[in-house]
Structure formats: structure tokens, C-alpha cells
Design a protein around this ligand. Structure first.
Ligand code: GTP
Ligand code: MG
Length: 195
């Protein structure tokens, strides 16, 4: 699959703000700073389509990106970022829950995990939450340029174990810096969107 056109459509907090054109959607979940917004930019070959930052907590709302006028990638706000108030955490929770549980257009979820470290408590809690609601989610290990290639299998194995990902489900190793794994991510999106 090729991304020929990508446009930012809306930054939503409530259900009534979600796009209404009924295209299939894939959502990205993951810790703050794991590289969700950077992945969107790399896939779309656009440096500033999704806003990124070295400070965690950049994306605070649900951001809908329309791809090839036919499908959406939804960038969700990251979790596990320490300096948020209880109120912010609660509004994050209800925003995520409302979207992930009640969106008929949602065809797939991708959980992003930093390849350098074993999944955090929050990553595991997120996985358990997705499992509980029977939301199958693929996994992308991000920031692959930060470790040596020879280390990939060991780190992927750790992620697989800690999150309990069955052997049949591939974990894609990706770098927004080098584009490593980009084709695999595009194939995964195509599979979710178009079956
Ligand atoms: P929130 O919006 O806070 O949830 O974060 P996010 O998951 O959208 O992360 P974002 O894409 O903003 O990236 C966070 C930081 O990591 C930025 O400084 C990026 O440049 C950097 N980064 C993201 N992906 C990669 C990668 O593949 N390699 C390297 N070296 N840095 C990356
Ligand atoms: Mg972001």
C-alpha cells in the first residue's frame, strides 16, 4: 500500500466530534513519547503532519488523519506520563474508553512499545485492558535505530513475553528515524483497513 495523500482532519475530545464519513480506522496507543506521532509522519512522508515533541504528553486529544481519502489513522494521547493531575488522568481514561469501546469504524489497534526497554507497568495494564474488552492489538517496537540490529530478537522476545503476545502475531520493528519496518507497518494498516 502507498500513502499518496494524508491530511489532518480533526482533534477530538468528544464522540460528536469524530469524523462522520464512515471510513475504516486504525488507532495508535502507547506510552507518551514512544513515537506515535513520529510514526504517522514517517509513514506519510511529512515531517510536520502530526506534532511531535521530546517532552511527553504532546498529544492530548484524539487526532484523526485521513489517508488517501479512504481511511483514518487515529493518534491517541499517550499514557504513563507522570506529571498529570488526577483530573487529567480521568479525562484521558474516559476519552480513550469512549473511543476504543464504542467506535464501529475501528478496525484495528496498534500498541507501540519502545524497543529499548521491557514494557512498563502501564504498557502491561493497557494490554490487559485491551484483552479484557477483546480488542486485538498488533505491536510495533519503536525507536529501533537506538539499539543494534543484533539486539532486535532479544528485545522483541522480551516484549512478546511481558505482554503475552502469541507467536502467530508478528511484532514489527520500526524506526521513524531510518524508516526501518515502514513497509511492514503499511501492510499492517492495509490489512486492518481493507481486510
Ligand atoms: P505523546 O504525544 O506525548 O503521546 O508522544 P508520542 O508517542 O506521539 O511521541 P513523539 O512522536 O512525539 O516522539 C517523542 C520523541 O521521540 C520525539 O523527540 C521524537 O523525535 C523521538 N522519536 C520518535 N520516534 C523515534 C525513532 O524512531 N527514533 C528516534 N531516535 N527517536 C524517535
Ligand atoms: Mg504524540
Amino acid at each position: 500500500m502507498k500513502i499518496k495523500e494524508a491530511e489532518f482532519v480533526i482533534s477530538a475530545v468528544k464522540g460528536e466530534q469524530y469524523p462522520e464519513d464512515n471510513f475504516p480506522e486504525v488507532a495508535l496507543v502507547g506510552r507518551s513519547n514512544v513515537g506515535k506521532s513520529s510514526l504517522i509522519n514517517k509513514l506519510c512522508n511529512r515531517r510536520h503532519l502530526a506534532r511531535t515533541s521530546s517532552t511527553p504528553g504532546k498529544t492530548q486529544t484524539l487526532n484523526f488523519y485521513r489517508i488517501n481519502q479512504a481511511a483514518y489513522i487515529v493518534d491517541l494521547p499517550g499514557y504513563g506520563y507522570a506529571s498529570v493531575s488526577k483530573t487529567q488522568r480521568a479525562s484521558w481514561g474516559s476519552m480513550m474508553e469512549h473511543y476504543l469501546k464504542k467506535r464501529p469504524q475501528l478496525r484495528g489497534v496498534i500498541q507501540l512499545i519502545d524497543i529499548r526497554h521491557p514494557p512498563s507497568k502501564d504498557d502491561i495494564a493497557m494490554r490487559e485492558w485491551l484483552n479484557h474488552f477483546k480488542i486485538g492489538a498488533a505491536v510495533i517496537a519503536t525507536k529501533a535505530d537506538k539499539i543494534n540490529r543484533g539486539q532486535y530478537p532479544k528485545h522483541v522476545k522480551q516484549i512478546r513475553q511481558d505482554l503475552g503476545i502469541p507467536k502467530e502475531i508478528p511484532i514489527i520493528v520500526f524506526s521513524a528515524e531510518t524508516g526501518h519496518g515502514k513497509e511492514d507497518v503499511l501492510d499492517l494498516l492495509d490489512y486492518f483497513w481493507n481486510g
